[in-house]
Write a protein that binds this ligand. Sequence first.
Ligand SMILES: Nc1ncnc2c1ncn2[C@@H]1O[C@H](COP(=O)(O)OP(=O)(O)OP(=O)(O)O)[C@@H](O)[C@H]1O
Length: 240
Amino acid sequence: MASIARSLTETRPSAVRIAGLRRGFDGRAVLDGIDLEIGQGEFVALLGRSGSGKSTILRAVAGLDADVEGRIDVPERRSVLFQDSRLLPWMRVLDNVILGLAGTGIRDKARHALSEVGLADKADAWPKTLSGGEQQRVALARSLARDPELLLADEPFSALDALTRLKMHGLLQQLRRRHAPAVLFVTHDVEEALRLADRIAITANGRISFDHPVGNARSSPERLDALRREILDRLGVPSH
Ligand SMILES: Nc1ncnc2c1ncn2[C@@H]1O[C@H](COP(=O)(O)OP(=O)(O)OP(=O)(O)O)[C@@H](O)[C@H]1O
C-alpha cells in the first residue's frame, strides 16, 4: 500500500519531504523516524490516536519547533490554520487578514481573500462580533491571502458545529481548486479525511504506520467503506 501512495506522489514534484523526523519529550520518543512526502497541490490528512504525535509533526513542519531531528524540506510560503482562529481581538477583520502580508497592494489582497470566503462585508467588523464559523473563515482568508504553497491545518474545523463544518469543507475544496496549495491536515474525523484528502496517513508508535490514497476509493462506495473500516481498525475504533 505504501508503494501505491509513493507512486502517486512520484507523479508530481514534492512540496514537502520529511525524512527521519525525531522528537522526544522528557526522554520519551514521540516521533521516532517519520518519513512523509507531499506532492505539489496534494492534500494529505493525518490521522492517529490522541497523543500519537500529529500536532508535533505539524509544528515541526511549520517551523515552530527548533528541537527536532531529521530532515524537513518545505516551501517558504506556508500558512498554518489552528483549531481556533487566533484573530487578534483589537484589530478589525481586514487588519487581521493584512497581518503578515508583505509588499504592495496588501489591502487589496486582503479584501480579495475576504471576498473569497464570502466575508467582504465584514472587513470593518471586530472579530468578537463574528460567529465561530465566520472567524475560521477569516483565518482561512488570512492563510490564503499569502498564496501559500503549503497549508498546514491542525483540526481547523473541529470546534465548529456539523453543518458549519460541512460548509467549511465545501469552501476549502473550492479554494483549493483556485490556489492549489499542498495541504497537511491533522484531524480526528475519519469522515472529514475521507471527504477531503487525496491521501490518508496514520501515525502510530512514532512512525507513519499507514499511508494510502483515497481518490480511487471515493468512486466506489464499497471501496470507500473498506478503506473506512481499515482506518477505523488501525485507530482502534470498532467500525460496527
Ligand atoms: N511541549 C511538550 N512537552 C512535553 N510533552 C509534549 C509536548 N508537546 C507534546 N508532548 C507530548 O507528545 C505527545 C504527542 O503530542 P501531540 O500533541 O503531537 O499528539 P496528537 O497526536 O496531536 O494528539 P491529539 O490528537 O490529542 O491532539 C503527547 O504525549 C504529548 O503529551
